[in-house]
Design a binder for this molecule. Structure first.
Ligand code: SAH
Ligand code: SF4
Ligand code: F3S
Length: 440
């Protein structure tokens, strides 16, 4: 009988994609993935270090796994991903909760490390690589809907935003061979998938060099979109300093490239952006938004924002709010600044905004965004959207749930439709999280 691995994933979409690569590597070594933690011989926690609370949550989870260990002496527990990279051997030493520690570029070593673990060996590999993209590995899909999937197109990041731990835990940026991207997406389409999201920390800097040619992101995107018009293509994340009109023009040529751009602003204050080392100003960001509106009318824009970065004043905070109001973001992820050891901000700047102030600013920002999101959804009422059905609605099996090209969730009566179908839906109502409509 095959051994069983249970993989639990935290953090960003990149980790979701990596867990599928890990499942594939382990599958070849005789481990099948299970959704039942109780029957696992191996538990892997794919971790995130982006903010302190992300790590605290994982420590809590590791402690809660202690009872499984006491029940099954053979059970091995591994920490993989960004926190493994950041804490290295410390993870094994601290509280003895873990047998295996493997960083994001060492997953090919997992079968060997798992075999070694427990026999007195320290099963650790956190070497970062300049080349590894796992391009040749066909991920084992762990999702349940079979309609949409993530496809990693690059790894690492070269940007060095002052607050960010990603370049330290993910290493230098490298682009994946476009042939392997096209092959993976084609296979997904043939298996019935109807949507892919191309992933990278900064997709606009995708740059494949090989076969005596160079290939940039707009071209890769067009190639992926050309696989089949019935395949929706999304991507994340765009960096405002690199998001070009060339990309927007490429999107305009393909209806199946979704009309949604995630363009993290982080702050609306040019002074703070400079301290963050984001390499753009408030005005530059606004100009990029205007370009999207001009070239791709009707495109949804979402963002990430940080409150309480080092030295942030009330005036800087108001500049963030006014930028959000001006842009009318459809959606936003908002965070309190969390100092990460070893980053440039931790080394050079003082984390001097009191936690209480960070929290007040965050809640003010969330209220504003709730208003903007509601406005954005209200504007859709009375309009017809093509919705890709992803599965039954959580609330009632008589309804299907899917998304518009703009990435808004729509719930509608299922009728004879099934997941994977494109359905024209007239939007009639909006709740705080979803649009409700009828089939047109
Ligand atoms: N590569 C992407 C984002 C990766 S991290 C980009 O450049 O936009 C996702 C988000 O987490 C970031 O956009 C930022 O808003 C937030 N974040 C990153 N480091 C953080 C920190 N130290 N404290 C609070 N939020 C942080
Ligand atoms: Fe972090 Fe900046 Fe790279 Fe995004 S672009 S992963 S925020 S360093
Ligand atoms: Fe977290 Fe690593 Fe992603 S730190 S946000 S899981 S790249």
């Amino acid at each position: 009988m095959k051994s069983k691995v249970y993989i639990e994933t935290y953090g960003c979409q990149m980790n979701v994609a990596d867990s599928e690569v890990v499942a594939s590597i382990l599958n070849d070594a005789g481990y099948s993935a299970t959704e039942e933690i109780a029957e696992a011989d191996l538990i892997l926690i794919n971790t995130c270090s982006i903010r302190d609370n992300a790590e605290q949550r994982i420590w809590g989870r590791l402690k809660s796994l202690g009872h499984l260990r006491r029940k099954n002496k053979q059970l091995k527990i591994g920490v993989i991903g960004c926190m493994a990279e950041r804490l290295k051997e410390d993870l094994l030493e601290r509280e003895k909760l873990v047998d295996i520690v493997v960083g994001p570029d060492a997953y090919r070593q997992l079968p060997q490390l798992v075999a070694e673990a427990g026999s007195g060996h320290k099963a650790v590999n956190v070497l970062l690589s300049r080349e590894e993209t796992y391009g040749d590995i066909s991920p084992v899909r762990l999702d349940k809907n079979g309609v949409s999937s993530f496809v990693s197109i690059m790894r690492g990041c070269n940007n060095m935003c002052a607050y960010c731990v990603v370049p330290y835990v993910r290493g230098a940026e490298r682009s994946r061979d476009p042939h392997s991207v096209i092959r993976e997406v084609t296979e997904l389409f043939e298996a019935g998938y109807r949507e892919v999201t191309l992933l990278g920390q900064n997709v606009d800097s995708y740059n494949w060099k090989g076969d005596n040619t160079a290939l940039g992101f707009p071209e890769l995107l067009e190639r992926v979109a050309s696989i089949n018009p019935l395949l929706r293509v999304r991507f994340s994340t765009s960096h405002p300093k690199d998001m070009s009109d060339e990309l927007l023009n490429a999107m305009a040529r393909h209806e199946n490239i979704c009309r949604h751009i995630h363009l993290p602003a982080q702050s609306g204050s040019t002074r703070i952006l400079k301290l963050m080392n984001r390499e753009y100003s408030r005005e530059w960001y606004m100009e990029r938004v205007e370009s999207i509106r001009r070239i791709l009318p009707g495109t949804a824009i979402s963002t990430d924002m940080i409150t309480g970065f080092c030295t942030e004043t009330d005036e800087d905070h108001r500049a963030s709010l006014s930028l959000m109001e001006w842009a009318g973001f459809d959606f936003a992820y908002m965070f309190m600044y969390s100092e990460r050891p070893g980053t440039r901000a931790a080394r050079k700047l003082k984390d001097d905004v009191p936690e209480k102030v960070k929290a007040e600013r965050l809640s003010e920002m969330i209220s504003l965004q709730n208003r903007l999101s509601a406005k954005s959804k209200k504007a859709d009422i009375g309009r017809v959207f093509e919705v890709l059905a992803e599965g039954r609605s959580k609330r009632s099996s008589d309804f299907l749930s899917g998304r518009t090209s703009q990435n808004k969730v729509v719930v509608f009566p299922a009728g004879d439709f099934k997941k994977g179908d494109y359905v024209s839906v007239l939007i009639e109502r909006a709740t705080s999280a979803t649009l409700l409509g009828t089939v047109k």
